[in-house]
Design a protein around this ligand. Structure first.
Ligand code: DUC
Ligand code: ZN
Ligand code: ZN
Length: 466
């Protein structure tokens, strides 16, 4: 076979279902051939002793999201997609937020302007519905779904975001009619407000009390309610960022009943605990995210959910705020109470190394489940498969080449994001993505940025094929 642009030679290719030795021939940004002795090519990459995997797809990241007065998210599309590439990702799905009182279509147009020409990896948008007016439900949302924005998130908590049960049912009904996928942030808003007020009255305002204000029962109750509402309307639902056993078991029970209920968990629920929020002074703010990290038993439950398939996707929930910054974690109001510390932690570049190291290298999961959890199932769930999420003839040549034995001590400077810290500073991992390629173009090689800003394209999506 001649006329190939790139050959990845001598590596072990792994997909969600198979592991095999073969070379990968790439032409025009797509996989053209899998085999041996593929002849010459413009660029031959030696992958001997390395793993050749579908590039990571991170279906839960936040870039440039409006986050309240005087708070600024640390990553825009340029820094966020750059960091994603350094972490072995080739596609990310950030959220386009409809602000209350605004049109959804306008939010989408604004978000495109931020993304266009600025991305290093491919992107597609989920929507966040915060104001389900008649206009949104009857016209804007169905039209946007038709245009390829085939998934959206609803919140059961947060001022200006939380929807009532009635509103969630209305939004789910649109998904039922159109085939879109609903993602749910499941925490009980009233319960959190009640607990937060009580903690503040007792002067318990340090970052650690963020975790106390959002106990497992708050998440479990909302998870059960979200599943019940979805059952009522007969619509598939994805419960995002699940942190604990009780919520995981709610999802498992629903799956065993035959409901189309999917689950997502994240690195922070595998390797962090609420104790990390106990840092001296305000250091605990670096770990404030929702739901909060919990305890060792919850970590074990999340592993069980991963190993048994209750969780089909593993995402970062990258939601970055700078720490030492008045527009970030140390915002003036944030110093007065955990209530005002922006929720979210960076993680788009560390998601894959953490799961590889803790999962594959330690024998908890095999490489095929790793690929399913980090790439293939994201593509299937969110309508990008088989163009994305696998290594197969005709698929986009979105590939991460991994050194499975490379030991790396995570430090913030390796991650190339817009934040000023990583919650995983000093953690040693085994296994690291050494080359990230998006549609045949090498974006990152051995810690060096080779890609061009703007190579990353926007992806219109089909309906879910899960
Ligand atoms: N929910 C998210 O999905 N991301 C970060 C913060 C939050 O509450
Ligand atoms: Zn959320
Ligand atoms: Zn999120």
């Amino acid at each position: 076979m001649s006329g190939l642009d790139v050959i990845i030679r001598g590596g072990t290719v792994a997909t969600a279902s198979d592991t095999f030795q073969c070379d990968v021939g790439i032409r025009g940004g797509r996989v053209a051939v899998l085999g041996h002795e593929l002849g010459p090519a413009g660029n031959v990459i030696d992958a001997t002793g390395k793993l050749v995997l579908p590039g990571g797809i991170d279906s839960h990241v936040h870039f440039s999201q409006p986050s309240g007065p005087d708070i600024v998210m640390a990553d825009d599309f340029e820094s966020g997609t750059r960091s994603a590439a350094f972490g072995g990702n080739t596609t990310v799905l950030p959220f386009c937020l409809q602000e209350k009182g605004s049109s959804l279509r306008e939010a989408v147009n604004r978000y495109h302007k931020l993304a266009d020409g600025n991305c290093y990896v491919d992107v597609s948008f989920h929507l966040i519905i915060s104001d389900p007016t008649e206009q949104v439900l009857g016209q804007e949302l169905p039209a946007l779904i038709e245009d390829g924005y085939t998934s959206f998130k609803v919140f059961m908590t947060y001022e200006d975001l939380a929807l009532s049960d009635r509103e969630i049912l209305e939004v789910m009904s649109v998904a039922r009619e159109t085939g879109a996928l609903v993602m749910v942030h499941a925490e009980n808003y009233d319960a959190i407000r009640f607990l937060t007020d009580r903690l503040e009255r007792a002067s318990k305002t340090a970052p650690y009390y963020h975790a106390v204000s959002r106990p497992v029962v708050v998440e479990r109750e909302a998870t059960h309610r979200a599943i019940s509402l979805a059952e009522l309307v007969d619509v598939p639902v994805m419960i995002v960022h699940v942190s604990n056993r009780e919520s995981m078991e709610e999802i498992r029970r629903a799956q065993q009943k035959g409901l189309k209920v999917y689950g997502e968990t994240c690195p922070q629920y595998l390797v962090l605990t609420a104790d990390d929020l106990q840092g001296l002074n305000m250091e605990g703010a670096k770990y404030v995210c929702s739901p909060p990290p919990r305890d060792a038993a919850s970590q074990a439950a999340c592993w069980e959910g991963i190993q048994t398939g209750v969780f089909s996707v593993f995402s970062s929930d990258h939601c970055p705020f700078r720490y030492d910054d008045p527009q970030g974690k140390l915002a003036p109001k944030g110093r007065t109470s955990f209530r005002w510390v922006p929720n979210g932690i960076p993680g788009v570049a560390t998601r894959l190394p953490i799961l590889f190291s803790e999962g594959v290298a330690k024998g908890r999961i095999d490489i095929n489940r790793f690929v399913a959890l980090t790439s293939t199932n994201h593509a299937k769930t969110y309508g990008l498969y088989p163009r994305k999420g696998t290594i197969a003839v005709g698929a986009d040549a979105d590939i991460a080449i991994w050194d499975p034995d490379k030991r790396v001590v995570i430090t913030h400077d390796l991650l190339r994001d817009g934040s000023d810290y990583t919650p995983y500073e000093g953690r040693e991992v085994t296994g690291w993505p050494i080359i990230t390629m998006v549609r045949g173009q090498v974006v990152v090689s051995h810690g060096e940025l080779l890609g061009t800003r703007g190579h990353g394209s926007y992806l219109s999506r089909n309906k879910s094929s899960m």
